[in-house]
Design a protein around this ligand. Sequence first.
Ligand code: 5GP
Ligand code: ZN
Length: 115
Amino acid sequence: MADDCLFCKILAGEVPSSEVHSTGGTYAFRDINPQAPTHVLVIPRRHIANAGDLGAGDGGVLAEMITTAQAVAASEGIAESGYRLVFNVGDDAGNLVPHLHLHVLGGRPMGWPPG
Ligand code: 5GP
Ligand code: ZN
């Protein structure tokens, strides 16, 4: 657990969250400020700052994050209608929380490119 990391505190149960799915290496919970009818964050249980810090040895945790996102999409009923998976990295992307998280967004049509 990284000091003063909000999502590490969520993993530790020190900050409440609304669980959607959980696996050995990942945790999925509802975003507090949803941007779509379904807006879930998938995080690794291991602290990784962001996708810019991932390396070739992180394939396992990345695959587990994707399969968790697939399970979220299925349980939320958006697997067929479609959904968006987003990693924000750094300031220009609006990356606010420095613990790797995959946004799962769906339940409405989303334009491209995003605003
Ligand atoms: P980022 O902008 O870093 O990619 O995304 C961070 C996300 O975390 C934002 O969508 C924001 O709404 C969400 N968030 C920030 N604080 C909390 C919190 O305490 N609980 C939950 N569930 N989501 C949070
Ligand atoms: Zn963390």
